[in-house]
Ligand binder design. Structure first.
Ligand code: 5GP
Length: 195
C-alpha cells in the first residue's frame, strides 16, 4: 500500500477529537476525506452505515480479521471491535485525497508505525479526566456504566500522548480548532484559508 498523506487524530473518548476532525473536513484546501472505520458496536442515535461507520456483527468483523483485511484493528471496549479496512484507505487514496482518521490511540500509533513518513499523528488532550467525565455525561449518548469504562480507559490513553508527533490541548475549542487547522495545512503543504 502506497499513496497520499495520513492524518490521525487520537484521544480519549470525549476529548473533542471528533469535533476537530469534522471542522478540518470542512476546509477544502486540505483535501481531506474521512476514513470510515468498521465496528461491531451497535449504532448510536443518528449514525448511518457507510457514513459514520461500516457497522457489522462480530462474526463478520472476525472474518475480516481472518482474511487480513484490516490495516489495524482493536477491541477498544469489550466486544466492541473497531478497525480500519485496507480497502477504505485505498479507496480514498484512489480519489487523490489525504485521509483523516478518528481512531483510538493504539490504532493511531499502529498506522504511524506502518507509514512513518506519510503520517501525522496528533493527540488531543482534554483539560483533565474529571472534565472528560463531565463532557461524556453532557453528550448523554452512553449509559453510566459505559461512561465509567471510557473514563477508566482515558488515564491509560493519556500516558501514550508523548508517542505522538504533536499534542493539541483542547482546553478552549476555538483555539484547538485553529491550531489543528494550521498543523494539518503545514503537513499537507498548503496555506490555511481563514474560516
Ligand atoms: P465511538 O464508540 O465513540 O464511536 O468510538 C470509540 C473509540 O474507538 C474512539 O476512541 C474512536 O476514535 C475509536 N475508533 C473508531 N474507529 C476506529 C478504528 O478504525 N480503529 C481503532 N483502533 N479505533 C477506532
Amino acid at each position: 500500500m502506497k499513496g497520499g498523506k495520513l492524518i490521525i487524530f487520537s484521544a480519549p473518548s470525549g476529548s473533542g477529537k471528533t469535533t476537530i476532525v469534522k471542522h478540518l473536513l470542512k476546509q477544502p484546501e486540505l483535501n481531506l476525506a474521512f476514513s470510515i472505520s468498521a465496528t461491531s458496536r451497535p449504532r448510536r442515535g443518528e449514525e448511518k452505515h457507510g457514513e459514520h461507520y461500516y457497522f457489522m456483527d462480530l462474526s463478520e468483523f472476525k472474518q475480516h480479521i481472518k482474511e487480513d483485511n484490516f490495516l489495524e484493528w482493536e477491541e477498544v471496549y469489550r466486544d466492541n471491535f473497531y478497525g480500519t479496512l485496507k480497502s477504505e484507505v485505498e479507496r480514498l487514496w484512489a480519489e487523490g485525497k489525504n485521509v483523516i482518521f478518528d481512531i483510538d490511540v493504539v490504532g493511531g500509533l499502529r498506522i504511524k508505525k506502518k507509514f512513518p513518513e506519510q503520517t501525522l499523528a496528533v493527540f488531543v488532550k482534554p483539560p483533565s479526566v474529571d472534565e472528560l467525565k463531565i463532557r461524556l455525561k453532557k453528550r448523554s449518548t452512553e449509559s453510566e456504566d459505559k461512561i465509567n469504562m471510557r473514563v477508566a480507559k482515558a488515564s491509560v490513553e493519556l500516558a501514550t500522548a508523548p508517542q505522538f508527533d504533536r499534542i493539541i490541548k483542547n482546553y478552549d475549542l476555538e483555539v484547538a480548532l485553529e491550531e489543528a487547522h494550521q498543523l494539518v495545512a503545514d503537513f499537507v503543504g498548503v496555506t490555511p484559508k481563514a474560516t
